[in-house]
Design a protein around this ligand. Structure first.
Ligand SMILES: Cc1cc2nc3c(=O)[nH]c(=O)nc-3n(C[C@H](O)[C@H](O)[C@H](O)COP(=O)(O)OP(=O)(O)OC[C@H]3O[C@@H](n4cnc5c(N)ncnc54)[C@H](O)[C@@H]3O)c2cc1C
Length: 476
């Protein structure tokens, strides 16, 4: 599979086989698009030795949806044969038993790992597909019509030339992003504050959290969480339950706007005494309150507890909520003081996409243009560079990149973030990408009509550098 200085060619490269990358593969299989996507060979590249789950199963929290939402990703007549072995899987039955409650993400991760392995084994046997595991994408070079993707496996470098590139390598939380967001509001942190990413904190067990934060706690240090989303409330709960027994008495949450709670309907929200904007907080398609941006399931329970009692649980850790924009009197000043006094600040203000070094063929570095919550991309996840030039053939829609709201599916007008979720990756988000890839590969095939096609394995077996008939190889 790997060879020194051998440049491999394929029509489509799926970089990153976490929930986003695998969502596209599942969707292509069930929608019958896999023959189109694999017409010039498909290579799936993932840094993990066991591609398929990404980070989702590592978060030590419950899902923000019921188990049935994940089962629905596997429920399709076209996938029945592939998933038959799941009948005997403990992971599958654990989620079946939690079909109407929110399961732990570790359980979801196990199910997705097993389902992904079945799908990958199935497609490798039947289509022109290769899975390159334990392989890291290090650099992407964009030429007019193709991408040269540099990968590393066991210390050896390899270039893959592809016409379409799906890049979902997960997200990162750059501390500078938090500092900039605070500075926009006239807020700052002392240089001595330790900024911890929610992503790291949420992947720690209770004993790891105790070990990690014990010195700060012993010194009477103050903890502040910044953000107002599902992650922020999950962090509050995990810190409280791990650290209360070793002396944690209070936490502070600094959030920009009102905490948003999800309700199935305006009537339900009113019955619970929840105040909302009757126009801006209601999805015009479903009638749900804060459909995209509201806290759900366990995070909703924690949020309600804190809003009603100022604590997590009956006699749990005290939580001070401080709203910095349009909040109650003096909350901005108190937030500013809390940040100035905090020894630990946990960043829960969203993700940026993890992207390898990206450049044009002439060596000019490429920076992708960002919008609030993700990348500035078209409905198929095709991004723009800072100069507004679209990178045709490149598609990103996973954590940190996201896709904007599709008005046909609906959302509350007040939500201006991005949508990330397993079900979306398996359905609407990847559908547009699959269509775009099929169209691009189809157009290339038309242009090359008459040139006999050889499978990816045949081309790799020939042991020689291989190129598209009408493409000049890159100078490396
Ligand atoms: C705390 C938290 C809770 C969430 N809860 C839910 C939930 O309950 N329900 C839901 O539907 N969604 C949830 N999400 C949103 C989303 O589904 C997950 O974030 C999901 O893990 C995103 O999938 P991804 O494939 O974009 O990224 P990841 O899961 O991070 O996967 C990235 C993949 O890329 C690979 N990779 C990384 N770098 C390289 C490289 N250089 N070369 C090759 N491969 C590489 C990794 O090995 C991995 O397989 C949650 C997100 C967060 C942050």
């Amino acid at each position: 599979m790997y060879g020194d200085q051998l440049e491999v060619v394929c029509g489509c490269l799926v970089g990153g086989a976490g929930p986003a990358g695998m969502g596209l593969i599942f969707n292509a299989l069930k929608s019958g698009a896999l023959p189109d996507l694999t017409r010039d060979g498909l290579i799936i590249v993932d840094a993990s030795p066991h591609p398929g789950t990404g980070r989702l199963g590592e978060y030590q929290i419950t899902a923000n949806s019921v188990g049935d939402v994940f089962l629905d990703c596997l429920r399709d007549p076209a996938l029945r044969e592939v998933f038959e072995p799941l009948e005997h899987s403990a992971a599958y039955w654990r989620i079946r038993d939690q079909a109407f409650v929110a399961p732990r993400l570790s359980d979801v991760g196990e199910l997705l790992a097993e389902a992904s392995k079945l799908v990958l084994d199935f497609i490798v046997q039947r289509y022109d597909v290769q899975v390159w595991s334990s392989t890291t994408i290090t650099e992407v070079v964009s030429d007019d019509d193709a991408f040269q993707v540099w990968v590393e496996h066991e210390g050896r470098a390899q270039a893959i030339l592809c016409r379409t590139l799906v890049l979902n390598l997960g997200g990162r939380q750059d501390p500078q992003h938090l500092l900039n967001a605070l500075a926009d509001q006239g807020l700052s942190l002392p240089p001595s504050t330790s900024i911890q990413s929610a992503d790291t904190v949420l992947r720690m067990s209770a004993s790891e959290l105790r070990e990690h934060f014990a010195p700060t706690l012993a010194a009477g240090g103050r903890f502040t969480v910044v953000g107002g989303s599902h992650s922020a409330f999950s962090v509050l709960e995990n810190l409280a339950s791990a650290l209360q027994s070793v002396g944690l008495e209070e936490l502070t949450l600094v959030h920009r706007s009102q905490i948003r709670l999800f309700y199935e309907s305006a009537d339900q929200a009113l019955a619970n005494g929840y105040e909302f904007d009757p126009v801006n907080d209601i999805c015009p398609v479903s009638g749900r309150v804060n459909r995209s941006g509201g806290l759900r399931y366990r995070a909703l329970d924690v949020g309600r507890d804190i809003l009603e009692r100022g604590r997590i649980g009956a006699d749990g850790v005290r939580v001070h909520l401080l709203q910095t924009r349009n909040g109650p009197a003096r909350q901005y000043e108190r937030a500013s003081q809390a940040l100035a006094e905090s020894n630990v600040v946990v960043q829960c203000t969203g993700y940026q996409p993890r992207i390898p070094e990206l450049k044009y063929a002439d060596g000019t570095p490429i920076t992708l243009r960002e919008v609030k919550g993700g990348l500035d991309s078209d409905p198929s996840g095709c991004p723009l560079d800072l100069a507004g030039r679209r990178l045709h053939g490149l598609y990103l829609f996973g954590l940190g990149s996201g896709l904007g709201i599709d008005p046909r599916l609906g959302s509350e007008p007040s939500f201006d973030g991005r949508i990330y979720g397993v079900w979306q990756f398996h359905n609407d988000a990847s559908r547009a990408v699959i269509d775009a890839i099929s169209a691009r590969l189809g157009a290339a095939a038309l242009a090359e009509r008459g040139v006999p096609s050889r499978s990816l394995s045949e081309r790799l077996d020939s042991g020689l550098p291989l190129f598209w008939p009408d493409l000049t190889p890159f100078k490396i």
